[in-house]
Design a protein around this ligand. Structure first.
Ligand code: UDP
Length: 322
């Protein structure tokens, strides 16, 4: 059995959809930002906090868990600057409680959702895993702290882990039964699509004076299902080898500016956006594009969805109503 912490969230629920075809799945989620409706009905659902040792004792004594995948975190850069305590408490302290329980119950395989925010402001066009860690906000710091903790636990207690550093996750499951849903929504693609559905009167483009060809920020968008499949390959590697401690980037390797994303959304939907050019948003680097060659070479992962397909899958989910 595999314990998926945060399996009711956007990324976690996409992972569960794929994993449930291969393994029995227990989802632990406190539903603070996730939704029970996103959890596949074939999974066992436990409502609770990952930082609650009593809940963890119950889970680890009830189910024979061979690996833990950890998706439960607060993940908004802006919020992390305003309320850093929340990020260190939920993303670091609670994760420590989970890791302690794993070690106590001799569960040694761990897959951790990390972020491109660990790189801070990059100095290269394509970011690979050898780039220095230099987060510029508490969110990125909180994820990097856990990465450092994992390395020490691996050395001292033989924990095996894979860290996956996500770039910009987007898109919805092919069934359109699950997709991206945050309240409030802050992410670019859902905001554009909500606007094109008439749920917002305009889109604000944050910054037009970046050092990029059209002046807007460039990001690397990756489909949630491609991301889910990378987790499954990582799990298979962990379960088949005696020891692995590794970090992989997950992105498509192609950057798109905010303007290009808006253009693609207009093309996919056949609707015209009302755009407002606004100031830069704090904490946004000009360009973040991944090199994911390492996971492609070592685990044979290959992203399948291009930007247009990512957006059309998201459009299917958004336009069907929730
Ligand atoms: N962005 C924007 N308007 C919005 C939301 C986002 O211009 O309403 C920009 C944001 O500044 C960034 C890019 O879109 O350059 C992607 O932002 P998002 O919040 O989707 O992801 P992040 O890069 O923060 O993980």
């Amino acid at each position: 059995m595999i314990l998926v912490v945060g399996g009711a969230g956007y990324v976690g629920s996409h992972l569960v959809r794929e994993l449930i075809e291969k393994e029995e799945v227990i989802v632990l989620d406190n539903l603070s930002t996730g939704f029970k409706s996103l959890v596949d009905l074939r999974a066992t659902f436990v409502e609770g906090n990952l930082g609650d040792r009593k809940v963890l004792d119950k889970v680890f004594t009830t189910y024979p868990i061979k690996a833990v995948m950890h998706f439960a975190a607060n993940s908004l850069v802006g919020e992390s600057v305003v309320d850093p305590y929340k990020y260190y408490e939920n993303n670091v302290a609670a994760t420590l409680t989970l890791l302690k329980a794993m070690l106590d119950y001799n569960v040694k395989n761990f897959i951790f959702s990390s972020t491109a925010a660990t790189y801070g402001i990059p100095h290269v066009d394509l970011i690979d895993e050898t780039q220095p860690n230099a987060p510029i906000n508490p969110y990125g710091q909180s994820k990097l702290m856990v990465e450092y903790i994992l390395a020490d636990l691996a050395d001292a207690y033989g924990l095996n882990y894979v860290v996956l550093r996500y770039f910009n996750v987007a898109g919805a499951h092919a069934s359109a039964e699950i997709g991206e849903s945050h309240d409030p929504e802050t992410h670019l693609i859902p905001i554009i699509l909500q606007h094109l559905l008439g749920e917002r009167d305009k889109i604000s483009v944050f910054g037009t004076d970046y050092d990029t060809p059209d002046g807007t920020c460039i990001r690397d968008y990756i489909h949630a299902t491609d991301l889910a499949n990378a987790h499954i390959l990582a799990l298979e590697a962990l379960l088949s080898e005696s020891k692995r401690t590794v970090t992989y980037n997950l992105g498509n390797g192609n950057g798109f500016s905010v303007k290009e994303v808006i253009d693609t959304c207009e093309k996919v939907t056949g609707r015209k956006a009302n755009i407002e050019y606004a100031d830069r948003r704090a904490g946004d680097p000009a360009k973040l594009v991944a090199s994911s060659e390492k996971i492609q070479e070592e685990l044979g992962w290959e992203p399948k969805f291009k930007l247009e397909e990512i957006i059309s899958s998201a459009w299917k989910w958004h336009s069907k109503g929730k």
